[in-house]
Design a binder for this molecule. Sequence first.
Ligand code: UD1
Length: 420
Amino acid sequence: MDSFLIQGGTPLRGEVTISGSKNAVLPLMAAALLTKDTCVIRNVPDLSDVRFMVKILESLGADVAFEAGTLTVRCARIKGFGDYDLIRKMRGSICILGPLLTRLHEASVSLPGGCVIGTRPIDLHLKGLVALGAKLDIEGGYIRAKTKGLKGTTIFLGGRAGPTVLGTANIMMAAALADGVTVIESAACEPEVCDVANFLVSMGAKITGIGSPTLTITGVKELHGTDYEVIPDRIEACTFICAAAATKGDVIIHGARPEHFAAVLDKLREAGVKVERKAGALRVTRPGKLKPADVTTLPYSGFPTDVQAQFMALMTLAPGISVITERIFESRFMHVAELMRLGADVAIEGPSAIVKGGKPLSGAPVMASDLRASAALVIAGLAAKGTTQVHRIYHLDRGYERMEDKLRKLGAKIERVDGE
Ligand code: UD1
Protein backbone atom coordinates (compact mmCIF):
# COMPACT_ATOMS: atom_id res chain seq x y z
CA MET A 1 0.00 0.00 0.00
CA ASP A 2 1.40 3.36 -1.04
CA SER A 3 2.03 6.21 1.36
CA PHE A 4 2.96 9.89 1.08
CA LEU A 5 6.15 11.22 2.58
CA ILE A 6 5.76 14.92 3.30
CA GLN A 7 8.45 17.33 4.42
CA GLY A 8 6.33 20.10 5.93
CA GLY A 9 6.82 23.81 6.34
CA THR A 10 7.01 25.06 2.73
CA PRO A 11 4.38 27.65 1.76
CA LEU A 12 2.52 26.56 -1.38
CA ARG A 13 3.04 28.95 -4.28
CA GLY A 14 1.93 28.78 -7.90
CA GLU A 15 -1.08 27.70 -9.92
CA VAL A 16 -3.30 24.63 -9.86
CA THR A 17 -6.21 23.50 -12.01
CA ILE A 18 -9.20 21.75 -10.50
CA SER A 19 -10.33 18.44 -12.03
CA GLY A 20 -13.85 17.28 -12.83
CA SER A 21 -16.11 16.36 -9.92
CA LYS A 22 -15.89 12.78 -8.66
CA ASN A 23 -19.31 12.89 -7.03
CA ALA A 24 -20.92 14.17 -10.21
CA VAL A 25 -19.22 11.85 -12.66
CA LEU A 26 -20.10 8.59 -10.85
CA PRO A 27 -23.90 9.04 -11.15
CA LEU A 28 -23.44 10.47 -14.66
CA MET A 29 -21.76 7.22 -15.67
CA ALA A 30 -24.72 5.34 -14.20
CA ALA A 31 -27.10 7.56 -16.18
CA ALA A 32 -25.43 6.37 -19.40
CA LEU A 33 -27.16 3.03 -18.67
CA LEU A 34 -30.47 4.69 -19.52
CA THR A 35 -29.84 4.76 -23.28
CA LYS A 36 -28.69 2.45 -26.05
CA ASP A 37 -26.89 5.42 -27.65
CA THR A 38 -23.36 6.63 -27.04
CA CYS A 39 -22.76 9.10 -24.20
CA VAL A 40 -19.59 11.17 -24.19
CA ILE A 41 -18.59 12.59 -20.80
CA ARG A 42 -15.78 15.17 -20.72
CA ASN A 43 -13.56 16.60 -17.97
CA VAL A 44 -13.58 13.21 -16.24
CA PRO A 45 -10.95 12.90 -13.47
CA ASP A 46 -8.67 9.86 -13.60
CA LEU A 47 -9.50 8.40 -10.19
CA SER A 48 -9.62 4.87 -8.88
CA ASP A 49 -13.38 5.30 -8.21
CA VAL A 50 -13.93 6.24 -11.86
CA ARG A 51 -11.86 3.25 -13.06
CA PHE A 52 -13.93 1.10 -10.73
CA MET A 53 -17.18 2.41 -12.15
CA VAL A 54 -15.83 1.69 -15.66
CA LYS A 55 -15.34 -1.95 -14.57
CA ILE A 56 -18.86 -2.08 -13.15
CA LEU A 57 -20.36 -0.76 -16.41
CA GLU A 58 -18.26 -3.22 -18.41
CA SER A 59 -19.42 -6.09 -16.19
CA LEU A 60 -22.99 -5.10 -17.17
CA GLY A 61 -22.10 -5.32 -20.88
CA ALA A 62 -21.28 -1.67 -21.65
CA ASP A 63 -18.54 -0.63 -24.10
CA VAL A 64 -16.42 1.97 -22.35
CA ALA A 65 -13.37 3.93 -23.50
CA PHE A 66 -11.52 6.32 -21.17
CA GLU A 67 -8.87 8.49 -22.73
CA ALA A 68 -7.43 11.91 -21.87
CA GLY A 69 -10.29 12.86 -19.58
CA THR A 70 -13.04 11.76 -21.97
CA LEU A 71 -15.28 8.80 -21.27
CA THR A 72 -17.27 7.24 -24.06
CA VAL A 73 -19.95 4.87 -22.82
CA ARG A 74 -22.27 2.79 -24.98
CA CYS A 75 -24.82 0.61 -23.24
CA ALA A 76 -26.48 -0.93 -26.31
CA ARG A 77 -26.98 -4.38 -24.78
CA ILE A 78 -26.75 -4.62 -21.01
CA LYS A 79 -27.79 -7.04 -18.32
CA GLY A 80 -29.29 -6.19 -14.96
CA PHE A 81 -27.01 -8.32 -12.78
CA GLY A 82 -23.94 -6.55 -11.49
CA ASP A 83 -20.70 -8.15 -10.30
CA TYR A 84 -21.15 -8.63 -6.55
CA ASP A 85 -17.60 -7.86 -5.46
CA LEU A 86 -17.13 -4.82 -7.68
CA ILE A 87 -20.32 -3.07 -6.59
CA ARG A 88 -19.93 -3.94 -2.92
CA LYS A 89 -16.70 -1.95 -2.78
CA MET A 90 -18.03 1.43 -3.86
CA ARG A 91 -20.82 3.57 -2.46
CA GLY A 92 -21.48 5.40 -5.73
CA SER A 93 -22.38 2.09 -7.37
CA ILE A 94 -25.85 2.08 -5.75
CA CYS A 95 -26.71 4.58 -8.51
CA ILE A 96 -26.88 1.84 -11.12
CA LEU A 97 -29.99 0.36 -9.50
CA GLY A 98 -32.46 3.04 -10.63
CA PRO A 99 -31.28 3.18 -14.27
CA LEU A 100 -31.09 -0.64 -14.62
CA LEU A 101 -34.51 -1.17 -13.13
CA THR A 102 -36.27 1.50 -15.17
CA ARG A 103 -34.67 0.33 -18.45
CA LEU A 104 -34.71 -3.47 -17.99
CA HIS A 105 -37.53 -3.85 -15.41
CA GLU A 106 -35.24 -6.14 -13.45
CA ALA A 107 -31.98 -5.55 -11.60
CA SER A 108 -29.84 -7.23 -9.03
CA VAL A 109 -26.97 -5.41 -7.33
CA SER A 110 -25.00 -6.03 -4.16
CA LEU A 111 -25.40 -3.75 -1.16
CA PRO A 112 -22.78 -1.00 -1.62
CA GLY A 113 -19.72 -0.14 0.46
CA GLY A 114 -17.65 3.07 0.50
CA CYS A 115 -15.83 5.14 3.11
CA VAL A 116 -16.12 4.13 6.78
CA ILE A 117 -17.85 7.31 7.91
CA GLY A 118 -21.05 5.95 9.44
CA THR A 119 -23.62 3.25 8.83
CA ARG A 120 -24.67 4.74 5.46
CA PRO A 121 -28.07 3.17 4.96
CA ILE A 122 -29.82 3.06 1.56
CA ASP A 123 -33.40 2.96 2.87
CA LEU A 124 -34.32 6.20 1.08
CA HIS A 125 -33.14 4.83 -2.29
CA LEU A 126 -35.27 1.75 -1.70
CA LYS A 127 -38.26 3.75 -0.46
CA GLY A 128 -38.17 5.83 -3.66
CA LEU A 129 -37.99 2.81 -5.93
CA VAL A 130 -40.83 1.06 -4.10
CA ALA A 131 -42.96 4.21 -4.43
CA LEU A 132 -42.32 4.10 -8.19
CA GLY A 133 -43.60 0.51 -8.29
CA ALA A 134 -40.55 -1.71 -7.69
CA LYS A 135 -40.77 -4.99 -5.82
CA LEU A 136 -37.61 -5.47 -3.75
CA ASP A 137 -36.00 -8.39 -1.96
CA ILE A 138 -32.75 -8.33 -0.04
CA GLU A 139 -31.16 -11.74 -0.25
CA GLY A 140 -27.60 -12.98 0.15
CA GLY A 141 -26.19 -9.46 0.16
CA TYR A 142 -28.04 -8.57 -3.04
CA ILE A 143 -30.88 -6.15 -3.66
CA ARG A 144 -33.13 -7.84 -6.19
CA ALA A 145 -35.57 -5.46 -7.84
CA LYS A 146 -38.38 -6.12 -10.29
CA THR A 147 -41.18 -4.09 -11.82
CA LYS A 148 -43.86 -4.38 -14.47
CA GLY A 149 -42.95 -0.79 -15.36
CA LEU A 150 -42.25 2.13 -13.04
CA LYS A 151 -45.05 4.70 -12.58
CA GLY A 152 -44.62 8.34 -11.60
CA THR A 153 -45.76 9.44 -8.14
CA THR A 154 -44.94 11.95 -5.39
CA ILE A 155 -42.09 10.87 -3.13
CA PHE A 156 -40.75 12.56 0.00
CA LEU A 157 -37.03 11.70 0.10
CA GLY A 158 -35.91 13.52 3.26
CA GLY A 159 -34.23 11.44 5.95
CA ARG A 160 -32.96 11.92 9.50
CA ALA A 161 -30.00 13.99 8.31
CA GLY A 162 -31.89 15.77 5.54
CA PRO A 163 -31.98 14.98 1.82
CA THR A 164 -29.91 12.25 0.19
CA VAL A 165 -27.52 13.12 -2.63
CA LEU A 166 -27.15 9.77 -4.38
CA GLY A 167 -30.72 8.81 -3.43
CA THR A 168 -32.08 11.86 -5.26
CA ALA A 169 -29.90 11.05 -8.30
CA ASN A 170 -31.00 7.41 -8.27
CA ILE A 171 -34.73 8.13 -8.07
CA MET A 172 -34.49 10.96 -10.61
CA MET A 173 -32.80 8.56 -13.09
CA ALA A 174 -35.44 5.88 -12.47
CA ALA A 175 -38.23 8.44 -12.93
CA ALA A 176 -36.77 9.71 -16.21
CA LEU A 177 -38.09 6.62 -18.03
CA ALA A 178 -41.12 5.96 -15.77
CA ASP A 179 -44.68 6.33 -16.94
CA GLY A 180 -46.10 9.74 -15.93
CA VAL A 181 -44.99 12.48 -13.56
CA THR A 182 -42.76 12.00 -10.51
CA VAL A 183 -42.34 14.72 -7.90
CA ILE A 184 -39.39 14.33 -5.53
CA GLU A 185 -39.91 16.39 -2.40
CA SER A 186 -36.99 17.23 -0.11
CA ALA A 187 -34.64 16.55 -3.03
CA ALA A 188 -30.93 17.20 -2.52
CA CYS A 189 -29.82 20.51 -4.05
CA GLU A 190 -26.07 19.78 -4.29
CA PRO A 191 -24.36 20.98 -7.51
CA GLU A 192 -23.57 17.31 -8.28
CA VAL A 193 -27.31 16.47 -8.24
CA CYS A 194 -27.96 19.43 -10.58
CA ASP A 195 -25.23 18.08 -12.86
CA VAL A 196 -26.99 14.71 -13.05
CA ALA A 197 -30.30 16.48 -13.80
CA ASN A 198 -28.67 18.59 -16.52
CA PHE A 199 -27.03 15.50 -18.00
CA LEU A 200 -30.43 13.76 -18.12
CA VAL A 201 -32.01 16.82 -19.74
CA SER A 202 -29.25 16.75 -22.38
CA MET A 203 -30.35 13.12 -23.05
CA GLY A 204 -33.94 14.23 -23.60
CA ALA A 205 -35.35 13.90 -20.05
CA LYS A 206 -38.01 16.33 -18.83
CA ILE A 207 -37.04 17.74 -15.45
CA THR A 208 -38.01 21.01 -13.79
CA GLY A 209 -37.06 22.49 -10.42
CA ILE A 210 -33.36 21.63 -10.87
CA GLY A 211 -31.40 22.99 -7.89
CA SER A 212 -34.53 23.29 -5.73
CA PRO A 213 -35.93 20.87 -3.09
CA THR A 214 -38.82 19.95 -5.41
CA LEU A 215 -37.91 18.12 -8.61
CA THR A 216 -40.60 17.29 -11.16
CA ILE A 217 -39.74 14.60 -13.68
CA THR A 218 -42.08 13.79 -16.55
CA GLY A 219 -41.16 10.34 -17.82
CA VAL A 220 -40.27 9.86 -21.49
CA LYS A 221 -40.26 6.64 -23.54
CA GLU A 222 -36.59 6.84 -24.52
CA LEU A 223 -33.48 8.84 -23.82
CA HIS A 224 -30.78 9.53 -26.40
CA GLY A 225 -27.00 9.90 -26.33
CA THR A 226 -25.26 13.09 -25.30
CA ASP A 227 -21.96 14.95 -25.14
CA TYR A 228 -21.51 16.57 -21.75
CA GLU A 229 -18.83 18.21 -19.59
CA VAL A 230 -18.73 17.45 -15.84
CA ILE A 231 -18.65 20.36 -13.36
CA PRO A 232 -15.37 21.04 -11.52
CA ASP A 233 -14.82 19.34 -8.18
CA ARG A 234 -15.77 21.83 -5.46
CA ILE A 235 -14.33 19.57 -2.75
CA GLU A 236 -10.93 19.42 -4.47
CA ALA A 237 -11.00 23.22 -4.83
CA CYS A 238 -11.74 23.65 -1.10
CA THR A 239 -8.98 21.15 -0.23
CA PHE A 240 -6.37 23.16 -2.16
CA ILE A 241 -7.62 26.41 -0.61
CA CYS A 242 -7.22 24.92 2.89
CA ALA A 243 -3.74 23.64 1.98
CA ALA A 244 -2.69 27.06 0.66
CA ALA A 245 -4.01 28.77 3.79
CA ALA A 246 -2.46 26.21 6.17
CA THR A 247 1.01 26.76 4.69
CA LYS A 248 0.55 30.57 4.44
CA GLY A 249 1.02 30.26 0.72
CA ASP A 250 -0.08 32.20 -2.35
CA VAL A 251 -1.96 30.00 -4.81
CA ILE A 252 -3.99 30.70 -7.95
CA ILE A 253 -6.78 28.17 -8.47
CA HIS A 254 -8.10 27.70 -12.00
CA GLY A 255 -11.31 26.06 -13.11
CA ALA A 256 -13.23 26.22 -9.81
CA ARG A 257 -16.81 27.49 -9.52
CA PRO A 258 -16.83 29.55 -6.27
CA GLU A 259 -20.63 29.80 -6.35
CA HIS A 260 -20.61 26.06 -5.55
CA PHE A 261 -18.82 26.57 -2.20
CA ALA A 262 -20.01 29.92 -0.88
CA ALA A 263 -20.45 28.52 2.65
CA VAL A 264 -16.81 27.42 2.76
CA LEU A 265 -15.59 30.76 1.40
CA ASP A 266 -17.59 32.54 4.09
CA LYS A 267 -15.93 30.50 6.86
CA LEU A 268 -12.49 30.94 5.30
CA ARG A 269 -13.02 34.72 5.35
CA GLU A 270 -13.95 34.51 9.03
CA ALA A 271 -10.77 32.49 9.62
CA GLY A 272 -8.60 35.20 8.05
CA VAL A 273 -8.05 33.56 4.66
CA LYS A 274 -8.27 35.84 1.63
CA VAL A 275 -9.82 34.33 -1.52
CA GLU A 276 -9.99 36.87 -4.35
CA ARG A 277 -11.62 36.35 -7.75
CA LYS A 278 -9.12 37.28 -10.43
CA ALA A 279 -9.78 36.92 -14.17
CA GLY A 280 -11.81 33.73 -13.85
CA ALA A 281 -9.46 32.24 -11.24
CA LEU A 282 -9.21 32.40 -7.44
CA ARG A 283 -6.16 33.72 -5.58
CA VAL A 284 -5.70 32.36 -2.06
CA THR A 285 -3.49 34.18 0.44
CA ARG A 286 -3.39 34.52 4.19
CA PRO A 287 -2.26 38.02 5.11
CA GLY A 288 -2.13 37.59 8.91
CA LYS A 289 -2.68 34.99 11.61
CA LEU A 290 -5.46 32.45 11.26
CA LYS A 291 -8.54 33.04 13.43
CA PRO A 292 -10.75 30.31 14.90
CA ALA A 293 -14.15 29.64 13.28
CA ASP A 294 -17.09 27.43 14.25
CA VAL A 295 -18.53 25.23 11.54
CA THR A 296 -21.60 22.99 11.30
CA THR A 297 -21.93 20.67 8.32
CA LEU A 298 -25.30 20.80 6.57
CA PRO A 299 -26.91 19.80 3.30
CA TYR A 300 -26.22 22.22 0.40
CA SER A 301 -25.99 25.24 0.46
CA GLY A 302 -24.56 24.76 3.95
CA PHE A 303 -21.00 23.81 4.81
CA PRO A 304 -20.25 20.44 3.11
CA THR A 305 -19.42 17.42 5.24
CA ASP A 306 -16.79 16.55 2.63
CA VAL A 307 -14.74 19.63 3.65
CA GLN A 308 -15.13 19.18 7.41
CA ALA A 309 -11.88 17.26 7.93
CA GLN A 310 -9.76 19.60 5.78
CA PHE A 311 -11.19 22.67 7.55
CA MET A 312 -10.47 21.05 10.90
CA ALA A 313 -6.84 20.56 9.87
CA LEU A 314 -6.71 24.29 9.12
CA MET A 315 -8.34 25.20 12.43
CA THR A 316 -5.71 23.25 14.42
CA LEU A 317 -3.38 26.08 13.32
CA ALA A 318 -5.69 28.94 14.37
CA PRO A 319 -4.98 30.24 17.90
CA GLY A 320 -8.19 29.88 19.94
CA ILE A 321 -11.15 27.49 20.05
CA SER A 322 -13.10 26.29 17.01
CA VAL A 323 -16.16 24.09 17.39
CA ILE A 324 -16.73 21.81 14.41
CA THR A 325 -20.09 20.04 14.40
CA GLU A 326 -20.86 17.13 12.05
CA ARG A 327 -24.57 16.83 11.23
CA ILE A 328 -24.50 14.56 8.15
CA PHE A 329 -22.46 11.45 9.11
CA GLU A 330 -22.25 10.23 12.70
CA SER A 331 -18.72 8.74 12.64
CA ARG A 332 -16.93 11.28 10.55
CA PHE A 333 -14.18 12.16 13.04
CA MET A 334 -11.73 9.39 12.18
CA HIS A 335 -9.10 12.02 11.34
CA VAL A 336 -9.13 13.46 14.87
CA ALA A 337 -6.92 10.80 16.48
CA GLU A 338 -4.44 11.06 13.60
CA LEU A 339 -4.34 14.88 13.73
CA MET A 340 -3.56 14.52 17.43
CA ARG A 341 -0.48 12.45 16.54
CA LEU A 342 0.78 15.58 14.81
CA GLY A 343 0.26 17.56 18.03
CA ALA A 344 -3.27 18.92 17.43
CA ASP A 345 -5.44 19.45 20.51
CA VAL A 346 -8.94 18.20 19.67
CA ALA A 347 -11.65 16.75 21.94
CA ILE A 348 -14.79 15.07 20.65
CA GLU A 349 -18.02 15.95 22.46
CA GLY A 350 -20.94 14.11 20.84
CA PRO A 351 -21.36 15.43 17.28
CA SER A 352 -18.81 18.22 17.86
CA ALA A 353 -15.03 18.43 17.83
CA ILE A 354 -13.56 21.13 20.05
CA VAL A 355 -10.32 22.27 18.44
CA LYS A 356 -7.87 24.20 20.60
CA GLY A 357 -5.74 25.56 17.84
CA GLY A 358 -2.49 27.41 17.55
CA LYS A 359 0.13 24.95 18.80
CA PRO A 360 2.62 24.20 16.02
CA LEU A 361 2.18 20.76 14.47
CA SER A 362 5.11 18.39 14.17
CA GLY A 363 5.47 15.55 11.65
CA ALA A 364 4.62 11.93 12.51
CA PRO A 365 3.53 8.70 10.83
CA VAL A 366 -0.28 8.75 10.44
CA MET A 367 -2.91 6.49 8.93
CA ALA A 368 -5.56 7.62 6.45
CA SER A 369 -8.99 6.17 7.30
CA ASP A 370 -11.20 7.59 4.57
CA LEU A 371 -11.01 9.87 1.57
CA ARG A 372 -11.45 13.31 3.12
CA ALA A 373 -9.64 12.34 6.33
CA SER A 374 -6.63 11.56 4.14
CA ALA A 375 -6.80 15.03 2.62
CA ALA A 376 -6.89 16.56 6.10
CA LEU A 377 -3.75 14.64 7.08
CA VAL A 378 -1.95 15.81 3.95
CA ILE A 379 -2.86 19.44 4.75
CA ALA A 380 -1.67 19.05 8.35
CA GLY A 381 1.52 17.33 7.14
CA LEU A 382 2.25 20.19 4.73
CA ALA A 383 1.94 22.68 7.61
CA ALA A 384 3.79 20.58 10.22
CA LYS A 385 7.46 20.86 11.10
CA GLY A 386 9.43 17.81 10.01
CA THR A 387 8.39 14.65 8.19
CA THR A 388 4.89 13.19 8.04
CA GLN A 389 4.20 9.84 6.46
CA VAL A 390 0.54 9.35 5.51
CA HIS A 391 -0.15 5.63 5.15
CA ARG A 392 -2.97 4.01 3.16
CA ILE A 393 -3.36 6.76 0.60
CA TYR A 394 -5.40 4.47 -1.62
CA HIS A 395 -8.31 6.28 0.05
CA LEU A 396 -6.99 9.52 -1.38
CA ASP A 397 -6.52 8.06 -4.86
CA ARG A 398 -10.26 7.31 -4.89
CA GLY A 399 -11.10 10.99 -5.04
CA TYR A 400 -8.09 13.19 -5.88
CA GLU A 401 -6.48 13.20 -9.32
CA ARG A 402 -2.66 13.19 -9.09
CA MET A 403 -2.74 15.06 -5.81
CA GLU A 404 0.99 14.74 -5.14
CA ASP A 405 1.86 16.05 -8.64
CA LYS A 406 -0.41 19.04 -8.20
CA LEU A 407 1.07 19.78 -4.76
CA ARG A 408 4.64 19.33 -5.98
CA LYS A 409 4.01 21.90 -8.73
CA LEU A 410 3.04 24.28 -5.93
CA GLY A 411 6.41 23.67 -4.26
CA ALA A 412 5.35 21.06 -1.70
CA LYS A 413 7.92 18.48 -0.69
CA ILE A 414 5.81 15.39 -1.11
CA GLU A 415 6.54 12.03 -2.64
CA ARG A 416 4.72 8.76 -3.09
CA VAL A 417 6.40 5.77 -1.50
CA ASP A 418 5.51 2.36 -2.91
CA GLY A 419 4.19 -0.47 -0.85
CA GLU A 420 4.63 0.74 2.74
C1 UD1 B 1 -22.76 11.66 -1.19
C2 UD1 B 1 -21.30 11.81 -1.54
C3 UD1 B 1 -20.46 11.96 -0.27
C4 UD1 B 1 -21.02 13.10 0.60
C5 UD1 B 1 -22.51 12.89 0.85
C6 UD1 B 1 -23.15 14.04 1.61
C7 UD1 B 1 -21.03 10.51 -3.59
C8 UD1 B 1 -20.41 9.34 -4.25
N1 UD1 B 1 -20.85 10.63 -2.26
O1 UD1 B 1 -22.91 10.43 -0.47
O2 UD1 B 1 -19.13 12.27 -0.67
O3 UD1 B 1 -20.33 13.10 1.83
O4 UD1 B 1 -23.20 12.76 -0.40
O5 UD1 B 1 -22.95 15.23 0.94
O6 UD1 B 1 -21.66 11.35 -4.22
N2 UD1 B 1 -29.11 8.45 4.41
C9 UD1 B 1 -30.13 7.67 4.91
N3 UD1 B 1 -30.74 6.79 4.05
C10 UD1 B 1 -30.39 6.68 2.75
C11 UD1 B 1 -29.36 7.50 2.25
C12 UD1 B 1 -28.74 8.38 3.11
O7 UD1 B 1 -30.47 7.74 6.08
O8 UD1 B 1 -30.99 5.88 2.03
C13 UD1 B 1 -28.43 9.40 5.31
C14 UD1 B 1 -26.93 9.16 5.41
O9 UD1 B 1 -26.62 8.19 6.38
C15 UD1 B 1 -26.44 10.52 5.80
C16 UD1 B 1 -27.38 11.46 5.03
O10 UD1 B 1 -28.54 10.68 4.74
O11 UD1 B 1 -26.63 10.74 7.18
C17 UD1 B 1 -26.81 12.01 3.74
O12 UD1 B 1 -26.31 10.94 2.95
P1 UD1 B 1 -26.33 11.00 1.37
O13 UD1 B 1 -26.59 12.41 0.91
O14 UD1 B 1 -27.21 9.94 0.84
O15 UD1 B 1 -24.82 10.60 1.04
P2 UD1 B 1 -24.37 9.84 -0.25
O16 UD1 B 1 -25.26 10.23 -1.36
O17 UD1 B 1 -24.16 8.41 0.04
